[in-house]
Design a binder for this molecule. Structure first.
Ligand code: URA
Length: 254
């Protein structure tokens, strides 16, 4: 919400009065005097008019969890244990999951009460890479690399998948990088090249790796630095960026 609108809503003042108090330097956002009435203030920012708190009691929460196999990516379920069941925190009911992992999948999953942040991570436009370690039933073929990079037509969604990077690590082990998250996406992509996913583990979201010292089933708050690592574009020098378009046409699997 824009700052002047917040003032008119919460201080029962008209637009002109709101502009006047802003121009007079009487409004502070997170401790800093702000005169820009257009400033976007989400519900986690502290806003004072003189000594009166206009808003500021809500705390943004950012958590990571190491999801074990068998746990549902949901906040509640009548049958299965969910990721939220793993979080022993009094404020957990406000949290939502940033994306999903299938019940059998393991690895990094994020939780927050900040809808803007989760939207930013999940939207394909933001190009936040999600990196998975995959074990397959059959050997991973070189042809699959081109197929993943070219994208697949998913009739259910009436859409092509975005270019994905497939790296062969061993005969039946691969690393897959996606910039989107469609239902069972990696399983469906491997099926299209005649293979089958046996295990799937999310290792990284953006620049944030699942820490080695966070065991399966454990969670913790993100540090400010970790939070920023997620949405930060990959550093081209660190090997984490990947080609967006495969030069080899491979329409066979479309
Ligand atoms: N793709 C899948 O098929 N499953 C997951 O859990 C994540 C990505």
């Amino acid at each position: 919400m824009k700052l002047d609108r917040l003032l008119t809503r919460h201080q029962r003042m008209g637009r002109v009065a709101a502009r006047r108090v802003l121009a007079a330097g009487r409004v502070r956002v997170d401790g800093v005097v702000v005169k820009d009435r257009e400033l976007e203030v989400d519900r986690f920012r502290t806003v004072f008019l003189d000594d009166v708190m206009v808003q500021g009691t809500e705390r943004a929460r950012y958590l990571m969890c190491h999801k074990p196999a068998g746990i549902l990516s949901a906040t509640s379920d009548p049958v299965h244990r969910t990721v939220l069941d793993l979080i022993d925190d009094p404020g957990k009911e406000e949290l939502h999951l940033v994306g999903r992992l299938d019940r059998a999948s393991t690895g990094l999953i994020l939780l927050t009460n900040d809808g803007r942040w989760s939207k930013q991570i999940l939207s394909a436009e933001s190009k936040v890479p999600k990196v998975y370690l995959v074990e397959t039933a059959e050997p991973v073929t070189e042809e699959s690399i081109a197929a993943f990079a070219n994208g697949f037509w998913f009739p259910t969604e009436n859409a092509f998948t975005l270019p994905a990077q497939l790296e062969i690590l061993a005969e039946r082990t691969a690393r897959v990088t996606l910039e989107e998250g469609r239902y069972h996406q990696i399983k469906r992509m491997f099926k299209r090249v005649g293979n089958r996913v046996v295990t799937l583990h999310r290792m990284r979201i953006g620049g944030l790796e699942l820490p080695e010292d966070l065991p399966a089933g454990a969670w913790r708050e993100l540090t400010e630095e970790e939070k920023n690592l997620i949405t930060q574009p990959p550093n081209p020098g660190d090997g984490s960026s990947h080609p967006r378009i495969c030069p080899v046409p491979c329409s066979k699997y479309l």
